[in-house]
Design a protein around this ligand. Structure first.
Ligand code: SF4
Length: 123
C-alpha cells in the first residue's frame, strides 16, 4: 500500500477502537524510506500528531542516542524493539548504568528468517 493509504487505515483503526498503532521498519526499508535515523521517522511523527492513540515506532532501533533523539524531537512517545533483546536480554541494564549504549545486534536477520528467539551471532 502507499503511505497515503496506510495513513487512512491507521486513522480508521483509531476511530474504531484500536489502542495503538505500531509502525515498524526492516533494514530493507531504508532502500525505500527516508535517510537518517529511521526509514519512516517523519511519516510516523506526522501520523502521531493526527492520531488520538499512541503511535509506537519500531524497527532498526539499536542505539540509545537515536532513540533519545526520536523521543525528544518528535511527538512519538513509544518505541518497540525485538532483535536487541534477542542479541542480549539484559542490554537495558547496561544502558541505564552507562547512560548510553549500542545494541550488539548487527541486523543479520538470521533470527527473523529462522523464526527463532536465538541470536546466531552471539549465541
Ligand atoms: S541473529 Fe542477527 S538479527 Fe538476530 S539478534 Fe543476532 S545479530 Fe541481531
Amino acid at each position: 500500500m502507499t503511505l497515503d493509504e496506510s495513513y487512512k487505515i491507521a486513522k480508521i483503526l483509531a476511530e474504531n477502537g484500536a489502542d495503538s498503532v505500531q509502525i515498524t521498519a526492516r533494514t530493507i526499508s531504508f532502500k525505500f524510506g527516508e535517510e537518517g535515523n529511521h526509514a519512516f521517522l517523519s511519516y510516523a511523527d506526522s501520523l502521531s500528531k493526527e492520531l488520538d492513540i499512541p503511535l509506537i515506532l519500531g524497527g532498526t532501533l539499536r542505539d540509545m542516542k537515536t532513540m533519545n533523539e526520536i523521543l525528544n524531537k518528535t511527538d512519538i512517545e513509544f518505541l518497540s524493539l525485538a532483535k536487541p533483546f534477542v542479541a542480549q536480554q539484559d542490554f537495558l541494564l547496561e544502558w541505564k548504568e552507562n547512560g548510553e549504549g549500542v545494541s550488539r545486534c548487527k541486523g543479520c536477520n538470521n533470527c527473523y528468517g529462522k523464526k527463532e528467539s536465538k541470536c546466531f551471532q552471539f549465541g
